[in-house]
Design a protein around this ligand. Structure first.
Ligand code: NAD
Length: 424
């Protein structure tokens, strides 16, 4: 196990530097003592593992795997598992820290964690992905569990990945442990409503943000970057609310239709072709142009660091709703704020996933399934409450929504830490 000091800044600017800068702002606002700042800046536990894979052709490949647990003050660690070649330790550290704030902000009883394997899932067969997942799980097995750390899907992973993790963990324990992951298939104790929860939350806060700016859904337009688990549902739900979704992109390219994209037809095209590119209901678009289109709402729902110092001055949307984690760099955030763009921060905008993950964990641990309407109703309740907490706090203290959200979250984590005390 790597007991590295953790959050040391590397020379290259990336998500960890953004996460650390956001924490520093919150800590300054809260007048938090330097020792506590240092404690929050450093992950509690980090594990780096080699993940050897026997490939279908009989050769062996080895991938780097990570699990970082940032904080446990409010409960077991919780966070997604990412399969992407962009994964490295610093990215996982940043994502784990954001999970701590997200869980605290929406008041679910978890700390934050994140995991990743530096692998391109599209280059592997289903059998290879199963072997990688099972081997990674067995390597991190000592530090995960329903009361310790609960993985969930993220970029490049899905409910099948969660089923393999759950099975590998259960075989090792000698009995079935559904609560070790969330985002698993319904047939294995997954929650109704979990698959669409992140998107539902994104769409819900987007509509609240639009209302706060006097925008009517039926006359508003949007662009969505990413057409995966988050972007696809967000685009569909926004379109169902009457918003004209003009542009959508994925890793292969982007498409544009001035009168709106038919999301259901696009979904069928993507299920067939694996990409939005080539959809006959829209024209091709340079993916970089999606971020600066003349639309009302921009939903980055793919990866980190896409709204930068270079393109932020040209963003024409009046509202940015961060479906992805960390899509806006710290420098870009300042530019958007100066230009009066309302940025709904990731830890609020995409928290629907962890809220329903929490509901799933409760259901798994109690072996009792809730109705989908019950799940969606409670999700909306929690998202609405968090939205108002952030808006009120930002208004009362003259902060941006990101500063308010992070400060509220850090304050809650510190309160829990204070009540528990520092051991020994
Ligand atoms: P996913 O793998 O299901 O989808 C990712 C999408 O982004 C794909 O359509 C992919 O083609 C696209 N993409 C990748 N690189 C791109 C690029 N450079 N330009 C445009 N598109 C690109 O992943 P996901 O679960 O939808 O996650 C997306 C983001 O949302 C991530 O930041 C993730 O951490 C965050 N998030 C996910 C959840 C969840 O429940 N899945 C919850 C909270 C936050």
């Amino acid at each position: 196990m790597n007991a590295s000091a953790g959050a040391s800044a590397s020379a290259v600017h990336g998500p960890l530097q953004d996460a650390q800068a956001q924490l520093a702002e919150a800590v300054e606002h809260l007048k938090c003592p330097p020792g506590l700042h240092e404690m929050l800046a450093m992950p509690r536990r980090e594990l780096m593992v080699a993940v050897p894979l026997r490939r279908d052709d009989g050769s062996t490949a080895v991938y780097s795997g990570y699990r970082v647990q940032h904080n446990f003050s409010r409960g077991p660690a919780k966070g997604g598992l990412r399969f992407s070649t962009a994964v490295d330790l610093d990215e996982v550290r940043a994502l784990a820290m954001w999970m701590t704030w997200k869980c605290a902000l929406v008041d679910v009883p978890y700390g934050g964690a994140k995991g990743g394997v530096a692998i391109e899932p599209r280059d592997h067969s289903i059998g290879e992905l199963e072997r990688v997942t099972r081997r990674y799980t067995s390597e991190i097995l000592p530090i995960i569990g329903p009361g310790t750390d609960v993985p969930a899907p993220d970029i490049g992973t899905d409910e099948q990945t969660m089923a393999w993790i759950m099975d590998t963990f259960s075989v090792a324990k000698g009995h079935t442990v559904p609560g070790v992951v969330t985002g698993k298939p319904i047939a294995l104790g997954g929650s109704l409503g979990r698959a669409s929860a992140t998107s539902r939350g994104v769409a819900h806060v987007a509509l609240m943000a639009m209302a706060s700016r006097g925008l009517e859904p039926t006359t508003a337009s949007a662009a969505v970057q990413g057409f995966g688990k988050v972007g696809r549902g967000a685009a569909r739900l926004l379109a169902e609310s009457g918003v004209t979704v003009r542009a959508i992109s994925d890793v292969d390219g982007a498409i544009f239709a001035p009168d709106g994209i038919d999301i259901t037809r696009l979904g069928a095209h993507v299920d067939r072709e694996g990409t939005v590119v080539g959809f006959d209901g829209a024209q091709p678009l340079d993916p970089a142009d999606l971020l600066t289109l003349d639309i009302d709402v921009l939903v980055p729902a793919a990866i980190e660091g896409v709204i930068t110092e270079a393109n932020a001055p040209h963003v024409r949307a009046s509202i940015v709703v961060e479906g992805a984690n960390g899509p806006t760099t710290q420098a870009a955030d300042a530019i958007l704020t100066d230009r009066g763009v309302l940025v709904v921060p990731d830890i609020l905008a995409n928290a629907g996933g962890v809220i329903v993950s929490y509901f799933e964990w409760v259901q798994s641990n109690q072996a009792y399934q809730w109705r989908e309407s019950e799940v969606n109703e409670r999700l909306e309740e929690k998202m609405t409450a968090a939205w108002h907490d952030v808006v009120d706090y930002a208004g009362a203290h003259g902060l941006t929504y990101r500063q308010a959200a992070t400060s509220l979250a850090v304050r809650r984590v510190l309160e829990a830490h204070d009540l528990r005390g520092l051991y020994p």
